[in-house]
Write a protein that binds this ligand. Sequence first.
Ligand code: ADP
Ligand code: GLC
Length: 479
Amino acid sequence: MRILMVASECFPLIKTGGLADVVGALPLALGKEGADVTVFLPGFPAVLKGLSGKKTIKEITSLAGGPAKLISGKTDRGLSVIALDSPHLFSFDGNPYQTKTGEDRPDNAIKFAAFSKLAADLATGKLGPKAFNILHAHDWQAGLAPVYLNLAEANVKSVLTIHNLAFQGLFPYSILPKIGIADRHYTNDGLEYWDQVSFLKGGIIYSDHTTTVSPSYALEIQSDAGGMGFGGLLKSRQQSLSGILNGIDLEVWNPETDPAIAASFSATSPNGKAKNKTALQKKMGLRVSGSTPLFCVISRLTTQKGLDILGDLTDHIVLSGGQLALLGSGDSAIENKFRDAAKKHPTEVAVQIGYDEPLAHLIQAGSDAIFIPSRFEPCGLTQLCAMRYGTVPIAGRVGGLNDTIIDASPAALAKSAATGLLFYDITAHNLSATIDRAFSLYKTPKTWSEIRQNCLSHPVGWRRSAKAYLDLYADLLEI
Ligand code: ADP
Ligand code: GLC
């Protein structure tokens, strides 16, 4: 089965969030199950630089007003990639979608429509290399690929995965003639969404099947409350909508071999975790203490992630005898709350604003617990990385967090099944009460180490979900 994955990000080449992790890991897991997968990416400088064995497989004289080439190559993990090298569209560094000042790039619609059109042409075999059986598009950036495929009436099935319904790819109506889509598709059951064009809606409507990244989120988005305007549409398409849980790459996140951490450890030999705690406290300038509960955050600092609420509870954490190590960036008001907390409690709260992959690994290895108080969370990957590194998630009971964490309720504790702490509604009062609950569990070392042990042995890889995707592809192809 030949599968073309179409996405704007892929770890380790280019990443702004979990989408990249999924696109970097799922194809490898599908490959292990026997599928033949190629990832199609925009040719950002970092993507072209990160590929080895590059070959030009097709030259295109004009694409959206400039020349383009399709370049094939491999990542250092052996993933097959085709990159769309088109300098007038993708030759810039930094965030792929926004300028340095945080505005959406003005030509996003043109760029990602051109990218999606070529994805469809690649899938059908129109551009030379062999055709594909399945085109699997991710998020709004690839949302038009199923649309173009459908318009070409090709014999290729398409899947769209929604990683976050908050990002809908909305553009003015005037874009349509520039991206080669006829007016007749600008309807309520086509690309029109509240007087705009939505690339994500196009992908949902024109694909053969829509998935999202956890079963709970698949249900939440069919409601008015969780659907962000798409609730009715998604409910009406529930026969072709399903939730398949994300995993993480067990080689990238492996506490037995991770070069970014201070000492290796595993479920059967967890002692090295204590050395990582000391190393993390030293590295981030925290008071070194093995017995102080060390909480962490590794995240985009946004209201989606509920970190505005956590920002108001740093005094509470410190006065209760805990420490906080935070790595992240995002809304400046939230950044400032944490910066102020670090100034106020310099030995107990450490804050690094920015993006730092190796530090994220050390924080996961050295912390006792991680906060993910999300208001909504399609899947979430940091709780999976945390569990793999024996760090207990404290999270909102939403989306994929609900599907991957077993709350330390009295019943779960009695059955030795707990892997974290969940709470709902996402309010300061409820988070504060959950923090208190964490302190009280931590005070009984036997209980805390049992929860940590459950985390360490919880399966967080891709195997099961890769099989679920393969079953879905096979159903669509009727094989
Ligand atoms: P989202 O995609 O919504 O941001 P996920 O939990 O799915 O959330 O994925 C986030 C990914 O980005 C994880 O791999 C996490 O480790 C990583 N990450 C987030 N913020 C940072 C940061 N500041 N530095 C390094 N890695 C980060
Ligand atoms: C999005 C979601 C996150 C999910 C990730 C990968 O960024 O916010 O919950 O884990 O995509 O699917």
